[in-house]
Design a protein around this ligand. Structure first.
Ligand code: ATP
Ligand code: MG
Ligand code: MG
Length: 355
């Protein structure tokens, strides 16, 4: 059977490999700087765990393979300018925005977008890095080096942040997971809850938005759509043409994880509607040392990425799934005792939002 090669050798590629094992599909994550040559067969397929990569010997070989799935989509979504243009073209609600060109100054941004404006670097930003708030009251100016490198967005006074993970197969069929409710602290995803009964009302709007995108791009595989919920409606914040952190809960909470969905789609295997098991909580492990006490908590499923622990770095996550709210709550209470700042507020948020 053909192999699935992955551009990038981080945790997402590793979890694709893990998910593909029971199917005996070989997934081979490739480090950008891998020195030994990669030798692809004609019928192998290539996917990516990231939307932008440096040009190296390894990435050149992988990205020029005829079966590099979604080849045209990556550059289009990796640049926030062309990503926002696509959303506008498809008339999908998103935060009003403007390109920061060579001469754009703050006053014109305040005039068109309001008195608080968020600059986002066009490429390379993640976990809230590559963002800069402009405030009219403080007379903030567009910083040096951001001209032609950023877009400006209106500040959205959202109620909460949700995300939808969906997949499209080669025949064009669409599959969606239930929306996840996400908590970000300082721009980093800390926890997700899915499904949530109170989000059922915006599920179909979300599916329509992502479905339109997947179909118009003739996309194959998993894509994630981060949204702001504002009242009864959604606005797209950003898109990720890959498996996504806010979909990690599907590893324990769904009959088919997002990783397996992605592999099935790109490998051309049959897809089916995932069956959701109870309710799930995903706690991201950000800059914390591994603690094996987590393993003693009933229902806790640890994914430890084996990376060096650094402040603000994603080093693992824990999934919990249950059909019993009391069981989920008692496990979370037990888990919470072993976490440093700012986790107490994360566990409080989870407890407040469950059910
Ligand atoms: P990720 O790690 O998800 O890729 P990122 O660095 O690409 O993050 P965004 O998702 O665009 O950045 O923004 C990070 C967070 O900043 C959002 O989750 C949200 O909390 C906040 N944010 C982004 N855009 C806006 C906006 N227009 N108005 C208000 N808050 C915003
Ligand atoms: Mg992003
Ligand atoms: Mg984001």
């Amino acid at each position: 059977m053909s192999k699935v090669w992955v551009l990038g050798a981080g945790q997402l590629g590793a979890m694709m490999r893990h998910a593909a094992m029971p199917l005996n599909v070989e997934v081979v994550p490739v480090d950008f700087n891998q020195s030994q040559s990669v030798e692809l067969a004609e019928d192998d397929v290539v996917t990516a765990e990231i939307e932008l990569w440096p040009e190296t010997k390894a990435t050149t070989v992988l990205s020029s393979h005829p079966h590099f799935i979604n080849r045209e989509v990556f550059p289009r979504l990796a640049d926030r300018f062309t990503q926002k243009q696509l959303l506008d073209e498809l008339a999908i609600a998103t935060a009003p925005w403007q390109l920061v060109d060579a001469t754009t100054q703050a006053p014109e941004l305040y005039q068109s977008l309001g008195d608080t404006v968020l600059l986002k670097r066009r490429t390379g930003g993640y976990d809230g890095r590559g963002q800069y708030w402009l405030k009219q009251s403080e007379g903030t100016a567009v910083p040096e080096g951001w001209h032609q490198e950023a877009i400006a967005e209106q500040k959205i006074p959202f109620d909460e942040e949700v995300s939808l993970v969906g997949a499209r197969d080669k025949a064009g069929n669409l599959y969606f997971y239930p929306l996840a409710l996400n908590l970000h602290v300082n721009g980093i995803l800390m926890a997700s809850i899915a499904p949530l009964q109170r989000l059922a009302g915006v599920q179909s709007e979300a599916e329509e938005m992502l479905g339109k995108l997947l179909t118009s791009l003739e996309y194959v595989g998993v894509m994630a759509m981060e949204c702001f919920r504002v009242g009864d409606h959604l606005m797209v914040n950003e898109l990720a043409p890959r498996v996504h952190n806010s979909g990690h809960w599907t590893q324990s909470g769904s009959s088919i994880s997002q990783f397996e969905s992605h592999i099935r789609a790109v490998a051309g295997l049959p897809m089916s509607k995932a069956v959701i098991k109870g309710q799930s909580v995903m706690i991201n492990l950000i800059g914390v040392e591994r603690n094996n006490n987590w393993l003693a908590v009933d229902g806790a499923e640890l994914y430890w990425y084996g990376k060096e622990v650094r402040v603000g770095r994603k080093v693992g996550h824990i999934n919990l799934t249950s059909t019993e709210p009391t069981q989920l709550n008692s496990s979370l209470t037990k888990l919470a005792t072993d976490f440093p700042e700012p986790y107490p507020q994360v566990f409080d948020w989870v407890a407040e939002n469950l059910r």
